[in-house]
Design a protein around this ligand. Structure first.
Ligand code: CP
Length: 311
């Protein structure tokens, strides 16, 4: 049974197949309106979401199926063994989409091989974001094969993991300019697969990272755990201040783009933290494709669902 977890087990051809399908689905939506008739996706969330929830739910509707949103806080998971409860959940589903605090729980679900399981952003991976990003870059570059170089200017995290792996497999150079690794996101095996391709390059030189890049990506430097009721949690104040100092030189703003990379499209998986990793003038810059990127989660995930269900 196929799952969508970390892309380590996906070949370049598998990834291309999903992206080409996504392009077709986006162009010919009407052809796909009944393809998942009577199929149910269960969407289990242990964390908040805007894009992931809405794009999966809308996607299942558009494919003729149904999606059930489950906020774990409103369930009985806390009262019992996770494996038993997730096995019961999957008895109602044709496919499971799971936004988990810990990837280990996604793996437990997938290991049952009851239905295809999608990691919808754990601490280690975000394959759905990667597929949406690849679709966006393919559209703006004029094809996947036209993407030659991307840059990443944020903390090394879950979003970067799957993005750099997929790009490296596709022969795209990934320049990572990042002063910090998010320790809980590290997957040494994934790093080795990506680095062995020769397409992952690390530099602390911003100008080198973005020079001739087709796309420049960023993401939050500041974990949601840093905040409590909209304010910085005093427990994380020192780490918060340190990250701002460390990462400010890597901020995406209009001046930086205009000076070092006027050719590059600007990407952010959202939500954007304006004034931190990105400025308002970068979000609204003519080079910004951030809202296409958000929309393309929908089309790419529809293709991934069909791929996993063998449709
Ligand atoms: N990019 C992303 O996954 O957005 P959400 O957290 O809003 O789902």
């Amino acid at each position: 049974m196929k799952h969508l977890l970390h892309l380590k087990d996906y070949s370049a051809d598998d990834i291309k197949q999903i992206i080409h399908k996504a392009i077709d689905i986006k162009k010919n939506q009407a052809h796909y309106g009944e393809v998942l008739k009577n199929k149910t996706m269960i969407m289990l969330f242990q964390k908040g979401s805007t894009r992931t929830r809405l794009s999966f739910e809308a996607g299942m509707t558009q494919l003729g199926g149904h999606a059930i949103f489950v906020d774990q806080k409103t369930t009985q998971f806390a009262l019992t063994d996770f494996k038993d409860e997730i096995k019961a959940v999957m008895r109602y589903a044709d496919i499971l989409m799971f936004r988990a605090v810990k990837f280990a729980d996604v793996q437990i679900a997938a290991d049952q091989n009851m239905v295809p399981v999608i990691d919808a952003c754990s601490e280690k991976y975000h394959p759905c974001q990667t597929l949406g990003d690849l679709l966006t870059m393919a559209e703006h570059a004029g094809g996947l094969e036209k993407i030659k170089k991307i840059a990443w200017l944020s903390i090394e995290n879950n979003v970067l993991n799957t993005l750099k792996l997929a790009c490296a497999k596709l022969g795209i150079d990934v320049y990572v300019a990042s002063p910090k690794v998010h320790e809980i996101s590290v997957d040494e095996e994934l790093n080795k697969i990506a680095e062995d391709t020769g397409h992952v390059h690390k530099t602390s030189d911003l100008a080198e990272a973005v020079k001739d890049a087709d796309f420049i990506h960023t993401d939050t430097w500041l974990d949601m755990e840093f905040y409590k009721d909209g304010q910085v949690n005093p427990e994380f104040k020192n780490e918060y201040d340190e990250r701002i100092k460390l990462f400010k030189p890597y901020q995406i703003n209009a001046d930086m783009i205009n000076k070092f990379a006027p050719q590059a499209k600007i990407m952010h998986c959202m939500p954007c933290h304006i004034g931190y990793e990105i400025t308002r003038d970068a979000v609204d810059h003519p080079n910004s494709v951030i809202f296409d990127q958000a929309e393309n989660r929908l089309h790419a995930q529809k293709a991934a669902i069909l791929y996993l269900l063998g449709k």
